[in-house]
Design a protein around this ligand. Sequence first.
Ligand code: ADP
Ligand code: MG
Length: 443
Amino acid sequence: FWDYLTSKLKSNLTPVSYTTWVESANPLYISGNDLHISVPSNLHKEYWERHYAEDIAIYSFEFNGIELNPIIETADDDTKKEEPERVPQNNTEIQNTTGHVFHNSHLNPKYTFDSFITGSGNQMAHAAALAVAEEPGVIYNPLFIYGGVGLGKTHLMQAIGHQMIKLEPAAKVKYITSETFTNDFINSIQTRTQDEFRQEYRNVDLLLIDDIQFFAEKEGTQEEFFHTFNELYANSKQIVMTSDRLPNEIPKLQERLVSRFRWGLPVDITAPDLETRIAILRNKAKAENLEIPDDTLSYIAEQVDTNVRELEGALLRVQAYSTMNKEDITKSIAADALKSLKLNNEQNGLTINKIQSRVAKYYRVSVNDLKGKKRVKTIVVPRQIAMYLARELTDKSLPQIGMEFGGKDHTTVMHSCDKISELVAKDDEIKRAVNELKDELRN
Ligand code: ADP
Ligand code: MG
C-alpha cells in the first residue's frame, strides 16, 4: 500500500515537495485500522496531518476497501540526526520557465529549492520554508530564519520566492535587504514619495526581508516596517525574514516588533555536518561540470567546516589551482591548493590569548581580570574590547570566544561586540584604542 500511496502523492506534488514531505517519511506498522508513519520532525508531522490524512483514507479505500487512519509519529531526537541519505539530488530538469518574473522580484535564479541541499543543520528551516511557499500567509507567518553567516539563509529565503512564483505565476514577490528597505524609505521622505513607497511594499503577496539585524537602532525605519508588517499580516500576505540572531537579541529593536516576529515560526540554521558538506560540494561540482573524485570531495569537505560560503570558496580555489597547473583535480592537488590557505591563516595565526595579553597590557589590567567577572568600568571596557577584537580578528565563534573568557555565555560576547561597535562610532578615545590595537595585532 505504501508504494501505491506514495506514487499517488507523487503525481500531485512537485519533486521538491515530494522529496521533502513524502520521501522523508517511513511506514512503521498497521494495527487495526491505524497506519503508523514515522516522520523526521514535528513540522513534518503537522504537515502530514494537515495534508495527507484524508488522502490516506481515500487511497487505502481505493486500494483494498479499508479506510486507514494515519498515526504520525516523529522520530526520536537520537535517530533524527542519522538520516543524511535523504539529501535530494539536484533536479536539473526543473529549470524555471518564468525567468522574466524574477527580475521584478530581484531573486537570484540560482537560489532555488532544487539547488539547496538539506542536512541536519537546515532540515527544519528547509521544511518550514517549503511549507510557506506552498501555503503562503496561512501557517507560519511570519517565518523567521536565523543563523550564522554563509549558512544559506538568503538562498532558502529566495527559494521560497521562486517556488511561490512557480506554483502561482501571478504572485507578487518582493525580495529586499533590510538596508535597501531603509534606503528606499529615507529616499521616499526626501523626495516626498512616501505614498509610492508604501504602495510598493504593502502591495505584495510575499515580502522577503533579508538580514533584519540591520534594523537595529533605526527608529524611523522600524516604525515604517511596523506598519508595512501590520498591513501585510492583516491581509494574510506572507512575510519572511532572516537575521543572524533572534529578534530579542537585536539591539534596540522595538518591543512591539519583537513580539510580532514571535507570532510566526522562528527556525535556525546551523553549520552543515560532514555528509551535508560533501553533498553540497558534489552538487556544486556537478553544476559547474567539474570532474572531481569522491575522496577529493571528502577531503575538501573535511578541511572547511565553518560555513557553506567558505566551502564554495575552497572548491573555487582548488579549481583555479588545477587549471593553473594544468592538472586534473585530485586529492593531492586539493591539498596543495588548500595548504596555502591554511598557511596564511596560521601565519597571521592570531590567538585569543595573544589578543587578551595585548589588551591587558594596553589597559594595565591583568589577563585574569579580562577573563573574570569584575564589573568595574576600568575592567569591563577592556574586557569588551578584547572580545570585540577576538570576534573581528579571528574566525572563532561566539561560544568559542566565550569559553576563552572564563566560560562566558555567547550572548555576553555578542553584547560586548555590539557595545564596542557602538562606542567606536561615537567615542574617539575608544576608537583610537581599538584601531591601534587592531593594527598591532594584525602585524
Ligand atoms: P547567508 O545568507 O546565511 O549568509 P547564503 O544564502 O548567502 O548564506 O549562502 C552562501 C552560499 O552558500 C550561497 O552561494 C548558497 O547558494 C550556498 N549554500 C548555502 N547553504 C546551501 C545548501 N544547503 N545547499 C546548497 N548551497 C548552499
Ligand atoms: Mg544572507
